[in-house]
Design a protein around this ligand. Structure first.
Ligand code: FES
Length: 146
């Protein structure tokens, strides 16, 4: 039985004064597909199967829950193929997402996360890296000069 989830939204006043309804999602999945390395088979990297990402996203009816974005470079190019998942306010970086099995596991995980706080499956844990400075380390940084 499919669990029904309410779609929530917020109204945002655009610069021209028009009120725009914005669906508030749980997350966003960024797939680097148009950068210098990810998906560039001519450079020796695995392809990025955009059709598979999109089909799985549609098939699982994630449109109003987790947005899917195919992007240009996300930064850590030599780790191709790179993805960034922002979910419930936390970010998870992935590298070497090269197989159909990994991509389906990512979507299985997303579907499960929508219902409960589940751990990443092993097949994806092997692909995780810290793409952002951990919050506890930012206190060590010097204050910006004004
Ligand atoms: S080319 Fe994918 S992160 Fe730069």
């Amino acid at each position: 039985m499919e669990r029904v989830m309410r779609v929530t939204s917020t109204a945002v006043m655009r610069d021209d004064g028009k009120l725009i309804k914005v669906v508030q999602k749980r997350g966003q999945l960024f797939i680097c597909a148009h950068g210098c390395c990810c998906g560039k088979t001519e450079r020796g990297f695995a392809s990025v199967p955009e059709d598979l990402y999109h089909q799985e996203w549609e098939r699982r009816k994630l449109r109003n829950k987790v947005h899917l974005t195919f992007s240009a470079c996300l930064g850590p190019c030599s780790l191709a193929n790179v993805a960034l998942l922002i979910f419930d306010g936390t970010s998870t970086w992935f590298h070497s997402l090269n197989t159909t099995e990994q991509i389906r596991a990512l979507y299985d995980y997303l579907e499960a996360r929508l219902l409960a706080d589940v751990p990443l499956p092993q097949i994806l844990q092997e692909c995780v890296f810290d793409g952002f400075l951990p919050a506890e380390r930012t206190a060590e940084l010097p204050a910006p000069a004004c």
